[in-house]
Design a protein around this ligand. Sequence first.
Ligand SMILES: Nc1ncnc2c1ncn2[C@@H]1O[C@H](COP(=O)(O)OP(=O)(O)OP(=O)(O)O)[C@@H](O)[C@H]1O
Length: 229
Amino acid sequence: MVRMTSVTKSYHSGTRPALDDINLEIGAGEFVFLVGPSGSGKSTLLRLLLREERPTSGVVEFAGRDVASIPDRRVPLLRRQVGCVFQDFRLLADRTAAGNVAFAMDVTGRPRHVVRTVVPEVLDLVGLAGKENRYPDELSGGEQQRVAVARALVARPQVLLADEPTGNLDPATGAGIMNLLGAINRVGTTVVMATHNAALVDTMRRRVVELEHGTLVRDQASGGYEPTL
Ligand SMILES: Nc1ncnc2c1ncn2[C@@H]1O[C@H](COP(=O)(O)OP(=O)(O)OP(=O)(O)O)[C@@H](O)[C@H]1O
């Protein structure tokens, strides 16, 4: 599903690369935690998959395609297959929960009647039934993140990237979002989640990929936040 081969990313020549010779393969249906200290390159790795950045050298592949060589006009298509949620939710403040999700469907040209049917279904799926008409500032942080997840899901992405999705949430609310991502993974979506949340990583016991100063220092099946034997 995702393959990185000798991927190096330098934002400025002469400085230490943000990613340094990364080799990584993620199969369809996997759940992967991406961990490492601040500045170790986690967001950069996700940005390469979204084609927000291109590697300085090496190859990033998604579903067998070289992501860097996808023509600009086809990048929106990539971003339907590779969904993302962020720490700061990034919702449109002037649209309701339903409006935010509908907007994501409208831009992909889905017919109105499909949007009207699917939006409440997806909001129900993420646990927001009854709150469809609330604006982001009328929702808790966890609820806003659920809207962001719903918005990512309506495109039916093959891979969902989550960059510190629980970073702004209290532990219980973060655990709720984690359960939601786990459920999305169980129905077949590949999930890659960058996080500093040690408790969640330790509880879930999934594959853990650890970066340090841009290099991959650990790739462990059923790992914890800290390396174990
Ligand atoms: N747009 C940019 N321009 C220049 N340097 C950047 C840019 N984005 C990131 N960097 C640098 O690249 C390195 C990796 O940053 P990155 O954001 O990928 O780390 P991270 O592991 O996601 O950190 P955090 O956990 O704090 O989000 C850092 O040294 C950072 O300063």
